[in-house]
Ligand binder design. Structure first.
Ligand code: SAH
Ligand code: DHB
Ligand code: MG
Length: 225
């Protein structure tokens, strides 16, 4: 197990930080509870990562945001809370049941006018958005199928401008992305994604480790030059 000093699990440190820095929010709490009762997987970002998303979004002054992978809208609500009153977030979700569930949670958070849940495959929707001349977005959060992260990056760059902030979840996976020959295809593609955001001359990036439940995962932070 990953341990803190005196043998305490690292998750206790995250719980401590959460208690001190993450204010209670009924809509977010209900989103997590509803996911549990309705049988959706609990793979939303953690409360502390949500707070980090919120802070980065606010710092960047983002007014139009794109999210790839909505699930129940937990991270959408965090991002939505950072929007100005006239700001917009478009979030993409392939699963219709999840999208409907997310709409209910988003509405409960009072963000229905700011957040649009779009149902479909991001790999189809993103090229369509580009063709329609949508974007560029101020902030893009990538959090859908791990095997498609490199492709999401290519498509996101077409919807970006200099200064666009591209955030990406799950880029560490307890260190699996550092293995020379990762067993899982998803980990291989996440490692490829990390090399891309590290080395692409159009981008400046860092991956930042975060405690997530019992593991260390992390967030990619990228700015388009
Ligand atoms: N961002 C959410 C969690 C998303 S989980 C949060 O932190 O609260 C990943 C989601 O991406 C799942 O709901 C899955 O159905 C969706 N997804 C996977 N592949 C996709 C694709 N190609 N296009 C759109 N959504 C996709
Ligand atoms: C999974 C997906 C995620 O986006 C996440 O944050 C954690 C787990 C998953 O597919 O297992
Ligand atoms: Mg994730």
């Amino acid at each position: 197990m990953t341990e803190l000093n005196r043998g305490r699990p690292l998750s206790e440190l995250d719980a401590f930080i959460e208690k001190q820095f993450v204010k209670k929010d009924d809509a977010l709490a209900r989103t997590v509870q509803n996911a549990r009762t309705e049988g959706f997987p609990e793979i939303n970002v953690s409360p502390t990562e949500g707070k980090l998303l919120y802070l980065l979004a606010k710092m960047s002054g983002a007014k139009n945001m794109l999210e790839i992978g909505t699930l129940g809208g937990y991270s959408s609500i965090w991002l939505g809370r950072a929007l100005p009153a006239d700001g917009k977030l478009v979030t993409l979700e392939i699963d219709n049941d999840a999208a409907e569930f997310a709409r209910a949670n988003i509405s409960n958070a009072g963000l229905a006018d700011n957040i649009d849940v779009h149902v479909g495959n991001a790999l189809d929707i993103l090229p369509d958005m580009e063709k329609r001349g949508e974007g560029p977005f101020d902030l893009i959060f990538i959090d859908a199928e791990k095997e498609d992260y490199p492709e999401y990056l290519d498509l996101s760059l077409k919807l970006s401008r200099p200064g666009t902030l591209i955030l990406s979840d799950n880029v560490i996976r307890n260190g699996s992305v550092t293995e020379e020959y990762p067993v899982k295809e998803g980990h291989r593609k996440l490692a490829e994604f990390n090399r891309r955001i590290a080395d692409d001359p159009r981008l400046e990036s860092l991956i930042v480790p975060l405690i997530n439940r019992e593991i260390i995962d992390g967030i990619g932070i990228t700015i388009v030059k």
